[in-house]
Ligand binder design. Sequence first.
Ligand code: 9MR
Length: 349
Amino acid sequence: MPKTRLRLVGALAAVLVAAGVTTGTPAQAHERPATLAELAHRHGRYFGSATDNPELTDTAYTSVLGSEFDMITPGNGMKWYATEPQQGVFDWTNGDEIVDLARANHQRVRAHTLVWHSQLPDWLTGRDWTADELRAVLKKHIQTEVRHYRGKVYSWDVVNEAFNEDGTYRDTIWYRTLGPGYIADALRWAHQADPHAKLYLNDYNIEAVGPKSDAYYRLAQELKAQRVPLDGVGLQAHLALQYGYPTTLEDNLRRFSRLGLDTALTEVDVRMILPATDEKLAQQADWYRDLTAACLAVRRCVGITVWDYTDKYSWIPAFFPGEGAALPYDEQLRPKPAYFAIRQALGGK
Ligand code: 9MR
């Protein structure tokens, strides 16, 4: 095209853009700041939040949940006590409610959790089982639940919190009765039931390199060597200002990546001893910024999920009396310094 014609076309385009004619997107779309999900997406990551059924009647809450995040984890609705309250009787009410809401909001779901020692129904914990009986109970639970959500969830936390702090196996009904092989069995059964779901092991206090994360590293190596279908390791990241930041987080994520595994920060919160001061909130913001940057720095760290997004619905005050203020939004659903620090780490304004 000759130069003058080019200049004319350019000028015309500028006029049309100024008039809002050519872009096809409403002018507000450009003014609205990008959401955490959109910012994370630019890095090929997701940004998620846990939620729980009782909160879903709070429309101010669900409005932010539905817009700011692109991955949802049910905090309780898919746990054993909720999904198989009597042996062989399954109840999908709470899990389905969250999956349906996520679908309506075009969000994916990190499903949580199939094999855990906690929040089990009484029929399961209230009697003794032989290994054969318990194996059959576990297989049926896993396969029925995974099949129910087949094609509807991105991933499963298949086994949750299997190790002690010193890296030995946690003494649970599963380990005691079935031995350590229950983990490989659970992964294989889940994979049969939904071959496309990403299968994770998930735990807390494994953000830093240390005895507990070493145990996961060794187990992951073994499982990979045996071709057990393991896709990722979830680092819960329930952090506390008074215990210090896990400075080896990035190295730790990287060593799992090198094994050919995905990693994710799955239940992030950063609690503090109350009252929350400006200083503590600023330190908390630094931690959120740093952990976000650590995930972005490691190729196979696929995303970050906060363990609910607002202090209004955090689990912390009930479990750690005198502590709280752990999440990026305060109890009035106002973004805190931590929220802006995450945005900054994600390259947003
Ligand atoms: O957020 C969950 C809370 O509502 C429950 O009361 C609690 C019971 O243990 O479980 C919470 O979620 C846990 C998650 O399932 C596994 N990692 C630790 C989380 C916080 O306890």
